[in-house]
Design a protein around this ligand. Structure first.
Ligand code: OAD
Length: 235
């Protein structure tokens, strides 16, 4: 396959797994021991903000200690060298695409961000957030992680829909296809006749809608795929 138009790439937790960050739905994943309803909804935050902050403080510490792996670097390389735009959309909140030199639309927010639930002001999150933190703009004690929780609208959706509408290739990497709207991107572009590729360590519930599949660990197969696209040896 060789195409020279715009490529849209959606990444999920699998791309950061080999950087030491847990995925969500693998057997040892984050949701194996923690219930979504207790830490990842606006209702959970209203009920027990200390518990929600503790969960994201733990993940913020882990992300700060993590380093990008070969998959993140390869995707940044593709963005730099591909002759047409390469739009990277990530569900990950860890910032590792940027740390590798890539530019990603973080549709589920960022661990590095704080958000005031009262006035909508955004600023850099401290390593440890607490329910007592005050918004630097309005002074409300309503600061929350700048994370998109279940039941909330992901960021950048209009921009993402536009890119999905005029790309030549859509690639999903390291995502289980369990959470919408991201889980529906592949089916949406496939209906419009756009070529689709899934790269994952294993088959997923949405594998059937993809034209092609590369099965393997992201740190190995993503650099090889990028090298093939750019016609050069994996770095
Ligand atoms: P999941 O944990 O649901 O899926 C991770 C996927 O990565 C699985 O399909 C694995 O097979 C694959 N995988 C694991 N290790 C891999 C590796 N080394 N190389 C390649 N693939 C690997 O994570 P996501 O699909 O990202 O949302 O989850 C989507 C959303 O659900 C997250 O953004 C988060 C979560 O709830 C919110 O919190 C709003």
């Amino acid at each position: 396959m060789k195409t020279c138009g715009k490529i849209v790439i959606l990444t999920g937790a699998g791309v950061s797994a080999e950087s030491g960050l847990g995925t969500f739905r693998d057997t040892d994943g984050l949701w194996a021991n923690t219930r979504i309803e207790e830490v990842a909804t606006p209702q959970a935050f209203a009920r027990d903000p200390a518990k929600v902050h503790a969960f994201y403080n733990m993940r913020r510490r882990a992300a700060a200690a993590a380093r990008p792996n070969a998959a993140h670097f390869a995707l940044a390389r593709l963005q730099e060298h591909w002759p047409a735009p390469v739009i990277l959309i990530t569900q990950n909140v860890d910032g590792l695409h940027a740390a590798a030199g890539g530019a990603a639309l973080q549709m589920h927010g960022a661990l590095s961000g704080a958000l005031c639930a009262e006035c909508g002001h955004r600023w850099s999150a401290p390593v440890e957030m607490t329910p007592r933190d005050l918004c630097p703009r309005c002074g409300a004690a309503a600061t929350r992680p700048d994370i998109v929780w279940f039941g909330e609208m992901p960021h950048h959706m209009a921009e993402i829909e536009a890119h999905l509408g005029d790309c030549m290739l859509f690639v999903a990497i390291g995502t289980s296809g369990a959470v919408y709207p991201a889980a529906g991107f592949g089916a949406g572009v496939a209906r419009r006749g756009i070529e689709t590729l899934e790269i994952n360590a294993a088959a997923t519930d949405v594998s059937a809608i993809f034209d092609r599949h590369i099965i393997g660990r992201a740190s190995q197969v993503v650099p090889a795929w990028v090298a093939q696209l750019l016609d050069r040896d994996p770095a």
